[in-house]
Ligand binder design. Structure first.
Ligand SMILES: [Zn+2]
Length: 501
């Protein structure tokens, strides 16, 4: 949007607020203990005091609903209605300053984030300590810098020999596209610790490190994460871009939604309204945080990846697009099903759900549609974006079980394609197309420049593969038989096409 339009939008917003004057003033932070299920459920019975379901986008009233306890902002009238309804209510805090009430609700009594959560400088320092102690297992890569404050955004590569790029499938785990969803960073950091500590001791971890390259980006939205972890504002979700160019940042709700900035159906996702939580920015890849992720994906092709978010205890996979499933739906859905079945919910009574997400602007349609990587969003925890400290270890442990299920799929079945020049034996970047599966919804996939490799997860059985590269004769493999439980090698040597005079 043009800058003048943005300024108009901001001032219009202010005028509307003044004219309407109808904004409910809620000076109370109220805790409803043991709230009845019917009042919490989204489709629950509406009592006089209203429903208390958690809405990820709304910070005007219900702030968290964890383990049956509701923390909500309330007016005196609303408090009276709650009491009339017979709810067990306690006034936790009274203040004219809404941000203070929100801090009290989400940070707790000290109005500061509990130290069980990590600040970004702590995460980087810890990773650096590990890299110093185990230089063969973990190394740091800068993939970009933040939009507003130009802070470095780091990825960490882990394998049994990180000093050399390995000819293996690569997987990626990232956290905090949305900076208020801090569990993502915590899960990725816990995975980092597990991989380093477990190598050589834990049979499963050792197997992953010996057969994969694992990339971790604990925090994508580093500027936003600093706002939340420094105690400035626990609601901060977007990056810190100074959208209205007034020289002031960190005034809620400014910024750009970093998870609406990718260029796969960009215009279909989020909104062009800068005041909204899902503002997609001025153009695709307008934000450096997205460019950093693209830079990483340019440097390394990923087989599988996960973006951790909160909340909902659900895994979103690509995709449902006008009612049509993704071309690889059969494989993608079975992976999502396996992973979800291994992650226990906070209540302990069940496991995560799965659902196809939309095809637009977020990380998973981009990684899948543009790069052929099966990418999932895992919405960790339920009822809040920031969880009480007591809940954190359980959510992490449950999600590390999900990692185990995901990484089991990195062993196939599928095709381990390798394309080389028949004459020189050099690796080739070639298009590897499975026409019976890949329609025009997705970009064509290619073997990589370094090794001429493409790892392609498939259902066992016969597949048709067409391998083509400019300047070479196209090869069609009609009945390529993919075996049941591991990678099936497919070596393709391309012969130069005769040049016409
Ligand atoms: Zn999110």
């Amino acid at each position: 949007m043009h800058l003048r339009k943005i300024l108009m939008a901001w001032s219009l917003f202010a005028v509307v607020k003044i004219i309407s004057g109808a904004e409910v003033v809620r000076p109370l932070l109220v805790e409803i203990r043991h709230a009845p299920e019917a009042l919490i459920a989204a489709d629950g019975v509406k009592a006089g005091s209203g429903r208390f379901s958690f809405d990820s986008y709304d910070r005007e009233r219900v702030l968290s609903v964890v383990a049956g306890n509701v923390l909500t902002l309330a007016s005196r009238e609303e408090l009276a209605l709650m009491k009339q309804d017979g709810l067990e209510v306690v006034v936790v805090m009274e203040s004219e300053d809404k941000l203070t009430l929100i801090k009290r609700a989400l940070y707790g009594e000290k109005l500061q984030l509990d130290p069980i959560y990590h600040r970004y400088d702590q995460i980087v320092r810890r990773a650096d300590e590990l890299a110093k102690a185990y230089p063969e297992l973990i190394t740091r890569l800068q993939i970009g810098e933040t939009t507003q404050f130009h802070q470095p955004i780091y990825a960490f590569r882990l394998s049994n020999n990180v000093t050399r790029l390995q000819e293996r499938p690569a997987v990626l785990f990232d956290g905090c596209h949305h900076s208020d969803e801090v569990m993502g960073a915590e899960i990725v950091v816990a995975l980092m610790e597990k991989l380093v500590a477990g190598y050589g001791h834990d049979h499963e971890v050792t197997g992953w490190m010996n057969s994969l390259e694992i990339y971790l980006v604990p925090v994508v939205n580093v500027d936003g994460h600093n706002v939340v972890t420094s105690g400035h504002d626990p609601r901060w979700r977007k990056n810190l871009r100074d959208v209205n160019s007034d020289g002031v940042t960190g005034i809620y709700p400014e910024g750009v939604d970093v998870n609406r900035g990718y260029d796969f159906n960009w215009a279909m996702g989020g909104t062009d309204d800068p005041l909204k939580a899902n503002y997609r920015g001025a153009h695709p890849f307008s934000e450096s945080e997205n460019c950093a992720m693209r830079h990483l994906a340019d440097a390394r092709q990923f087989l599988l990846s996960v973006s951790y978010h909160s909340q909902g205890e659900v895994i979103y996979y690509p995709w449902s697009w006008n009612g049509l499933p993704a071309p690889d739906d059969a494989v993608i859905k079975s992976i999502a099903t396996d992973v979800a079945a291994r992650i226990r919910t906070m209540s302990g009574s069940g496991t995560y759900a799965i659902a196809p997400g939309g095809p637009s602007s977020q990380s998973y349609p981009w990684f899948y549609g543009r790069r052929g990587d099966f990418d999932f969003i895992i919405e960790t925890g339920k009822g809040s974006h920031l969880f009480p400290p007591a809940e954190v270890p359980g959510i992490i442990a449950a999600n590390l079980e999900g990692v185990r299920a995901l990484l089991a799929h990195a062993a196939g079945p599928g095709l381990a394609v390798q394309v080389t020049d028949a004459n020189s034996g050099q690796p080739l970047v070639a298009e590897v197309w499975l026409p019976a599966i890949e329609n025009e919804m997705v970009d064509r996939r290619h073997s990589d420049a370094r090794f001429g490799r493409l790892w392609r997860l498939l259902k066992p059985g016969k597949h048709q593969v067409i391998v083509s590269c400019p300047g070479y004769r196209t090869v069609v493999v009609r009945d390529c038989l993919v075996g049941g439980n591991s990678w099936t090698p497919l070596k393709v040597e391309l012969i130069r096409a005769a040049t016409t005079p």
